[in-house]
Design a binder for this molecule. Structure first.
Ligand code: URA
Length: 188
């Protein structure tokens, strides 16, 4: 399945109840180059649902600001979520909703073949790293699965609630940038 086929399949997904409340399926944004970085958040909020793009609200602005300040190249990353439809009242997606939606993220994984996956927050960490992952315990750790390195950091929305997490968030992203630079240097 190529990107076009995948996106059209995702657009018509009704695998779980979240589909009934959506305005748009929020698939992803960023570079579709293979072998780069995949950032994974939790699920769309109100702005994302309206625009059909992930991380375009307040948390997204914080993420973009950090990636810009740390000079990540826009060619080097793609941003997606565990669930592609907005949970009502921005509640956390249930385990079942995540499970129903994960095949779409797996497909993005197949298309992107990322060398680095960054879990943004505990929903992504629980679904991609380990079932009982707690962000304070796993952030900054690196796990290799096949040809891909997985890590986690705070969800950018957590920084809006607690400014003191900002320094750790930047520190984690700096490590991602430097690790990516090492990998890309030897592969390009
Ligand atoms: N929070 C997320 O986890 N994803 C988005 O796309 C926006 C906010």
């Amino acid at each position: 399945m190529n990107w076009e086929e995948f996106e059209s399949k995702a657009q018509s997904c009704h695998a779980c109840g979240l589909s009934s409340g959506r305005t748009n399926v929020v698939i992803g944004r960023g570079s579709k180059n293979q072998g780069r970085i995949l950032f994974v958040g939790e699920g769309p909020g109100e702005n994302e649902d309206r625009q059909g793009l992930p991380f375009v609200g307040q948390a997204g602005r914080l993420l973009d600001l950090a990636l810009g300040a740390l000079e990540f190249s826009p060619d080097d990353y793609y941003i997606a979520n565990v669930v592609k439809c907005r949970p009502p009242q921005n509640r956390e997606p249930s385990e079942e909703e995540c499970e129903m939606c994960l095949p779409l993220l797996r497909h993005q994984f197949i298309l992107l073949k990322p060398r680095i996956v960054v879990c943004l927050g505990s929903v992504a960490a629980r679904n991609l790293l380990s079932k009982d992952a707690r962000i304070t315990a796993v952030r900054g750790e690196w796990v290799r699965k096949g040809n891909t390195l997985f890590t986690a950091t705070y969800h950018p929305a957590a920084l809006l609630r607690d400014e003191s997490k900002k320094a750790d968030f930047y520190y984690d992203l700096k490590k991602v940038r430097d690790t990516a630079a090492e990998i890309f240097k030897t592969e390009n």
